[in-house]
Design a protein around this ligand. Sequence first.
Ligand code: PGA
Length: 249
Amino acid sequence: MHVRRKLVAGNWKMNGSRAALAELAPIAAAAREAAGVDVALCPPFTLITLAIARAGGISIGAQDCHSAASGAHTGNVSAAMLVEAGAKLVIVGHSERRQDQCESDDFVRDKAEAALAAGLQTILCVGEVEEERVAGTHCQKVLYQLDRSLPELRADAELVIAYEPIWAIGTGRTATPADAIEMHAVIREQLAARFGDAGQRIRILYGGSVNAANAAGLFACDNVDGALVGGASLTAEAFVPIIEAAAKS
Ligand code: PGA
């Protein structure tokens, strides 16, 4: 039996400002109260250093990194640069980047390898589109994507998987607990097949319209080890109840 601590990670996407960092104090206070829960927040690059100064016990990270250490990649940021800025984690392979920036599974895997090698906790995202769920090919799709995006594990940095059905992101529609149980179970099987016992220790987050009302139901599901939260991580009012639900689960 593997006991995995819950991880509640916020993804501010291209939102936030210096003024919005005022949300961090109440979030940090809730994180301190939430025994057994890890709390992380990924603001835009420009706010990382400022956020760290106000983070309390929250881990601050980034929403992406490049796979290369440095070089001619205008507009990109490397894992080493994130570490120097004080980031503790990074999200890679978010569906918005896979779609908007045409990121391939191979590129996502290279990013994850680079992030882990730099010592960053790495949240690797996978998920299916609505047509695939309707067609019943959602598990097949996610396992294929995972297979091709998974990095090698390293002893000194943690890999986390986030299952985020694309039809649930920012739409107010969430996977049902039954949907989450089904998908997280097949992801767990694949992680165990690939990494053995270490695969049992990898946390699998659910993401896609997680909020105060649905968090507890999702956290009660087998193999749901936390959440990657977009919209509801932007304010303490919305984010704190999710942290509290994780603490109670
Ligand atoms: P959402 O975003 O919670 O706003 O649906 C989740 C995500 O994209 O990580």
